[in-house]
Design a protein around this ligand. Structure first.
Ligand SMILES: Nc1ncnc2c1ncn2[C@@H]1O[C@H](COP(=O)(O)OP(=O)(O)OP(=O)(O)O)[C@@H](O)[C@H]1O
Length: 228
């Protein structure tokens, strides 16, 4: 069997605020393998974003191990963690955060050029990804000229532009109407599966969760496998 792209072991996270301590992760364990789309569900405030931030090396848990692509990142420096993140992880958020003055293709070219690719190669990959997401007629449009679902597809293409092994998505369709949400999720699912990416997707949408390969619920800081 393949090795997991993401392994979480015994993740713990407590926030200390003026109002007191709030523990959101109490020993969360998870493995996500190449080519599978895993859902993360749980009530608002249960810690889904906190878990994604730890998995994506944006924040450090208080305890536990985050291994990305077989590498235990817990003891790496911030600089080393940033390097792993940029080379291995793609993110999609609820809001697309596209650069409004750039076209769809340019938004997808940007992270590739930052990673050192030439303009031609970056453009070719951007057009290919956008076409796979059904946006070949929107390549040179700016985000403001596109619908919410189209904008979110561009954000998905941008997240996959540098061929990450791990895709983390936090409510990627949370801002869309039900039909657009379903279509956008399907596009994300097909592309992630097709590219062999390990995807972890937080969602409140139980209809979409049913289509994922495996689903875990965050309850009391632990991850519990769900069956439908
Ligand atoms: N930086 C922080 N400082 C203090 N508390 C925080 C911080 N980040 C998150 N929290 C709190 O931790 C809890 C879990 O937040 P988190 O965003 O991880 O939950 P979530 O399951 O993603 O919620 P939602 O579904 O509403 O997005 C919430 O009660 C939140 O207010």
């Amino acid at each position: 069997m393949n090795s997991p792209v993401l392994s979480l072991r015994g993740l713990e996270r407590t926030y200390v605020t003026e109002a007191g301590k709030l523990t959101v992760l109490r020993g969360a364990d998870l493995d996500v393998y190449p080519g599978e789309v895993v859902g993360l569900i749980g009530p608002s405030g249960s810690g889904k974003s906190s878990l994604l931030h730890a998995a994506g090396l944006l924040e450090r848990p208080d305890a536990g191990i985050v291994a990305v692509d077989g590498k235990d990142c817990s003891k790496l420096s911030e600089r080393q963690r940033t390097k792993v993140r940029l080379s291995t992880v793609g993110f999609v958020y609820q809001f697309h955060h596209l650069l409004p003055e750039f076209s769809a293709a340019e938004n997808v070219e940007m992270p590739q050029m930052i990673a050192g690719k030439g303009r031609g190669e970056a453009r070719e990959r951007a057009v290919a990804l956008l076409s796979q997401l059904g946006l070949s007629a929107r390549v040179d449009h700016q985000p403001g000229q596109m619908s919410g679902g189209e904008q979110q597809r561009v954000a998905i293409a941008r997240a996959l532009a540098n061929s990450p092994k791990l895709l983390l998505a936090d409510e990627p369709t949370g801002n869309l109407d039900p039909a657009t949400s379903a279509a956008t999720f399907q596009a994300l699912y097909d592309l992630a599966r097709g590219q062999g990416v390990a995807a972890l997707i937080a969602t409140h949408n139980m209809e979409l969760a049913r289509y994922m390969d495996r689903v875990f619920a965050l309850r009391d800081g632990h991850l519990e496998p769900q069956t439908f």
